[in-house]
Design a protein around this ligand. Structure first.
Ligand code: BG6
Length: 487
């Protein structure tokens, strides 16, 4: 997407520079950007962390992060040393107001404007806003970046948004959902609106149903404390899956800019039918993994509370109440410790009314378009053909017409979502970031579903680790005559 002209960020302050997100995702993303010559030589990156480290000790940590999180085949000493030139370090206790004096002193000579990236617990946001404010280092051209989840429910997200808006304008706030940085996700807009073949068929007349699956093979591991307070609906559906749903179903934006795209996404979220107590039984399944395939059950993981009833899996039948999507079910499914990591959107087109081929072929049903985010980043359209040969009675074949982005675009590797998002922060392009309304509407829908589930008598279901989820999830989709697309 073409960024509109905006002032470029000259200095970047990374709060939580020694945390998991920085080490696993952000520092490697900076590395790839350096490799691809995307970073201005003068860009300065100030890591902020609690540990007392010298600049060179911090650079050692950055180096370690790269060795662990960038595969050996891409590591290059020259690129590492160029990247390290951008970095500096400042030790801060974010709860101590005096720390911000030190930070401000560090930044004094740095070029402006500055972007502040909060890769830290939301519990510390207010301390940071107040600290930056009291040192008067919030300027009208600086940017602030916060990660999903923005809050825990509607109320807490409103609280965070209000605190953000007390110090920054909406145009300075970059709310990250890293799914939006993924190349295939960005390609959804191009796929839909640059290909008339699809744009003309993208409605309830031609589409039977749509599935969105984000299955993960990982369990909760050392994140039990965080995750148990959230659950899979808040952790994955509230932002990642609903954002995918928005991009798949929104109306064409007037322009490719942040305002147009965001306002179309907001309309989708407004049109999402709330899941109420009556609808729970037929539209909602939540489950938790038990042990299986040599993996521990959720309640046996390190630090677990054995009585926890937090869901690690949900599948939902959603409805969008608008002209384009009337009657089309959207099945959302996501879980931890499933059989494999697989993220995909499957569009099932309707089949033709009058069928002229043999009965066996009819079971092949309509075409499917599979948009895969993981394991491959690819798009594949299943089409029917006659098998080659003289047998006139053989059943039709269903084969993929596929686009694998690594192969077709001769890429070295698919960039992580963070590369693209970091560049957008530097360049001032908000199209791939969430606005306040999107976040709050998404929470409202999730809060409703959770509330309805709590009030209903529906139990928490169970599934063994390493499987596709509970049988109730199969039943949810089958009761509508549909099925999950499994590779
Ligand atoms: C994060 C969730 O936002 O996304 C994690 O908090 C989840 O629980 C992760 O594992 C999945 O991201 P990806 O890019 O690996 O699909």
């Amino acid at each position: 997407m073409k960024p509109e002209a905006a002032i470029k960020i000259k200095s970047f302050v990374l709060f939580g520079a020694l945390g998991d997100l920085s080490i696993r995702k952000l520092i490697p993303a900076w590395y790839y950007l350096e490799r691809d010559h995307m970073l201005d030589d003068g860009l300065q990156i100030l890591g902020v962390g609690r540990q007392e480290l010298t600049k060179s000790q911090f650079k050692e940590k950055v180096n370690d992060a790269l060795s662990t999180n960038v595969s050996d085949e891409y590591l290059d000493d020259d690129i590492i040393s160029k990247l390290l030139n951008h970095f500096d370090y400042c030790c801060c206790d974010l709860q101590n107001p005096n720390s911000y004096k030190v930070l401000s002193l560090n930044l004094k000579e740095w070029s402006k404007p500055v972007a502040y990236y909060l890769a830290i617990s939301p519990k510390l946001f207010e301390n940071v806003f107040n600290g930056l404010n009291s040192e008067q280092i919030i300027t009208s051209s600086c940017r602030i970046v916060v990660e999903k989840p923005i809050g825990y429910d509607l109320e807490s997200s409103k609280d965070i948004n209000a605190k953000l808006l007390k110090h920054f304008n909406e145009s300075q706030i970059y709310r990250i959902d890293h799914y939006l940085g993924k190349e295939t996700v960005q390609n959804l807009i191009t796929l839909r609106f640059a290909n008339s073949l699809f744009s003309s068929q993208w409605n309830s007349k031609s589409i039977d149903y749509i599935e969105i699956t984000a299955a993960e093979s990982v369990g909760i591991e050392d994140r039990w404390g965080y995750f148990d307070g959230m659950g899979q609906l808040r952790d994955m559906v509230q932002s990642h899956l609903l954002q995918l749903l928005c991009l798949i179903t929104m109306e064409p934006p007037n322009r490719l800019n942040d305002q147009s795209i965001r306002s179309e996404k907001v309309k989708v979220l407004e049109a999402l039918k709330p899941i109420d107590e009556e609808g729970i039984e037929s539209n909602f399944v939540s489950a938790q993994y038990t042990n299986g395939k040599n993996k521990l059950a959720y309640i046996e993981e390190e630090g677990a509370d054995v009585t926890s009833d937090t869901e690690t899996f949900v599948s939902i039948k959603a409805e969008i109440q608008n002209w384009r999507w009337k009657g089309v079910p959207f099945y959302l499914r996501t879980g931890k410790r499933m059989v494999s990591k697989m993220t995909q959107i499957v569009i099932h087109f309707k089949s033709d009314g009058h069928y002229i081929f043999d009965q066996d072929s009819e079971s092949l049903k309509g075409n499917t378009l599979i948009i895969s985010l993981h394991p491959s980043e690819s798009i594949s359209l299943q089409v029917f053909t006659k098998p080659h040969g003289v047998d006139k009675h053989s059943t039709l074949r269903s084969d993929p017409m596929s686009l694998d982005f690594i192969k077709t675009q001769k890429l070295l590797n698919i960039p992580s979502g963070y590369q693209s998002l970091l560049m957008d922060i530097l360049n001032g392009n908000q199209s791939l970031f969430l606005c306040k309304e999107e976040v709050e509407l998404a929470w409202q829908w999730c809060d409703n579903a959770l509330e309805a589930h709590k009030k209903s008598n529906q139990e928490l279901y169970f599934y063994p680790a390493g499987t596709n989820g509970p049988k109730e999830s199969e039943q949810l989709i089958q009761s509508n005559g549909h099925e999950w697309h499994e590779e």
